[in-house]
Design a protein around this ligand. Structure first.
Ligand SMILES: Nc1ncnc2c1ncn2[C@@H]1O[C@H](COP(=O)(O)OP(=O)(O)O)[C@@H](O)[C@H]1O
Ligand SMILES: [Mg+2]
Length: 221
């Protein structure tokens, strides 16, 4: 089967006080293996919510999400976490690195948690691949925004996930660093054959994906 991910009639409602907001409405979406998809849409249209659902960080109000032939909407928290650790890498706009861990330690931790044999060696090899050989032992506070995001990407892809989710990964970066990050990401997915879903406001970045989807009023246009 060539399908990696399927969303079937997904609805997401948030309850805030008395108000019930319908963030995503009847979303049907299929992502193929090795496919790159960009998600665009106005602020507040539900892009982050979509990423959270696919990453198993949020549960839909109704509908089904099927990832690698498993219905993740039926799994318990532990089973979903397991999938997220092994098969889905998530990159956010904020880097969320561990402040008192070096670049190498931030990446190695993920590998250690997954009982990888040589976490430090593998972390170094990934960081080297992203041009950070001279920054192995620096703390996040000693790195530029672009460097921090490269560490965050290395951490997200350390387990070679089949799916990479990126929510405005260049949103906090200047043009030069945005270009570098987008090149790194697209080069990586091409080389490794992962699928990528990337949310972005940057039209140039969105155009790098094979398919572009737009969310408006909680629906895919
Ligand atoms: N945890 C939450 N509780 C209540 N409302 C939320 C929550 N998260 C997001 N929302 C609301 O859902 C809508 C979509 O948010 P979001 O998915 O973050 O949009 P986008 O990423 O496209 O800007 C917004 O109106 C937002 O205020
Ligand atoms: Mg968002």
């Amino acid at each position: 089967m060539n399908t990696l991910l399927k969303l079937k009639k997904i609805n997401l409602k948030y309850q805030t006080g008395k108000d019930n907001i319908n963030v995503l409405k009847n979303i049907d979406l299929t992502i193929k293996k090795k496919e790159t998809v960009s998600v665009v849409g106005e602020s507040g249209s539900g892009k982050t919510s979509l990423i959270m659902l696919i990453g198993g960080l949020e549960r839909p109000t109704s509908g089904k999400i099927i990832f690698q032939d498993r219905e993740i909407t039926n799994l318990n928290e532990d089973e979903v976490s397991e999938i997220r650790r092994q098969d889905i890498g998530i990159i956010f706009q904020s880097f969320y690195l561990i402040p008192n861990y070096t670049a190498v330690e931030n990446v190695a931790l993920t590998l250690e948690l997954n009982e990888f044999k040589n976490p430090e060696k593998e972390a170094k090899s990934l960081l080297d691949r992203f041009g950070l050989k001279h920054r192995f032992n620096n703390l996040p506070s000693q790195l530029s925004g672009g460097e921090q995001q490269r560490v965050a990407i290395a951490r997200a892809i350390a387990m070679k996930p089949d799916l990479i989710l990126a929510d405005e990964p260049t949103g906090n970066l200047d043009t030069e660093n945005s270009i570098m990050i987008s090149e790194i990401l697209f080069k990586y997915v091409k080389e490794e054959g992962s699928s990528l879903i990337i949310v972005t406001h940057d039209p140039k970045l969105a155009d790098k994906a094979k398919r572009k989807i737009k969310i408006k009023d909680g629906k895919i246009k």
